[in-house]
Design a protein around this ligand. Structure first.
Ligand SMILES: NC(=O)c1ccc[n+]([C@@H]2O[C@H](COP(=O)([O-])OP(=O)(O)OC[C@H]3O[C@@H](n4cnc5c(N)ncnc54)[C@H](OP(=O)(O)O)[C@@H]3O)[C@@H](O)[C@H]2O)c1
Length: 275
């Protein structure tokens, strides 16, 4: 039986780093099994570059037990995107039965700026990807998950508080966090672990996308290597909510005591974001 790891949004940033670290783990630490890592995002070119980079860094000589990396260029947004993912799963069964040992729902984006200055279509597209697709992908993947399988849903530190100038994004990530914790409870009896990763700022292409190219780098971004390493360690131990650094843990904890409106109002007035 093939063991599959699915990583969405794997063409850059955190997704590409998840792919790199899991490839290394499977190649060097875990016992050989026919393993595949499926990288999914829209850009075929970036996906192939990511795959080539990972494979060329591997020092092990290729064998029949080597981890295979497959790339699938898909737009995952919305019901249609999740449907395409379901079709991919069905189609892959032609190549033999498989189980999903790890599903990483990482594809997502944000929009900077006040709600009344952001196109409604873009905000809705964000919900389509960050919420609808993530939910559909979990649903379609369920029958391929078995005891010991893991789901990692990438939420955000923004999930813990409503944020001015980031309103819809923070709301989508609150959805991901809430859904993931409930799913963790429901799937626990089946031996399936669900974790929500809740990162603060990480150095990826996120700000570039969120600001329409006006901010190239994530401000005070942390190293994705550290975030992913810590996440995998905790997720493999069954941790449900993963916060990497002390500052992120403190902010998530402190958010319990701060007024939601106060935080939204303060961030609206003082945390301006280029858009
Ligand atoms: N960086 C941060 O500070 C930060 C903090 C908290 C949470 N996060 C979350 O971390 C996750 C990863 O983001 P990142 O920071 O690594 O940003 P990134 O470098 O921009 O990566 C986003 C990934 O999502 C893919 N993607 C975007 N739209 C897609 C679509 N419609 N269908 C399929 N794939 C799509 C992108 O590839 P294509 O463009 O090729 O499709 C890319 O691979 C996101 O869920 C984000 O919300 C990031």
């Amino acid at each position: 039986m093939r063991k599959i790891t699915v990583i969405t949004g794997a063409s850059s940033g955190l997704g590409a780093e998840f792919a790199r670290q899991l490839f290394e783990l499977y190649e060097n630490t875990l016992k050989p099994a026919p393993r595949e890592i499926w990288l999914i995002a829209r850009s075929a070119e970036n996906l192939n570059q990511t795959a080539e980079k990972i494979q060329s860094s591997c020092k092990n000589p290729p064998t029949e037990n080597s981890v295979q990396i497959k790339t699938f260029a898909l737009n995952l947004a919305g019901t249609a995107g999740a449907g395409d993912f379901a079709a991919l799963l069905q189609n892959e069964q032609k190549n033999g039965n498989f189980q999903i040992e790890c599903l990483i729902n990482n594809a997502g984006f944000g929009t900077y700026g006040p709600f009344d200055e952001t196109p409604a279509e873009k905000e809705m597209l964000m919900i389509d990807l960050n919420c609808t697709a993530l939910t559909g992908i979990c649903g379609h993947a369920l029958k391929y998950l078995t005891s010991g399988s893991k789901i990692i849903n990438v939420s955000s530190l923004a999930a813990f508080m409503p944020l001015g100038n980031f309103a819809v994004y923070a709301a989508t990530k609150a959805y991901v966090l809430s859904f993931s914790v409930a799913l963790a409870a429901e799937l626990r009896p089946k031996g399936i672990f669900v974790s929500a990763l809740c990162p603060g700022s990480v150095s990826t292409n996120f700000a570039n996308v969120a600001s329409n190219g006006k901010r190239k780098e994530v401000l005070h971004g942390k190293d994705p290597v550290k975030v992913v390493r810590h996440c995998l360690k905790k997720a493999f131990k069954g941790k449900k909510i993963i916060l990497t650094f002390a500052k992120w843990k403190f902010l998530a904890f402190a958010s319990r005591f701060a007024g939601k409106y106060a935080i939204a109002s303060l961030t609206y007035r003082f945390a301006k974001r280029p858009h």
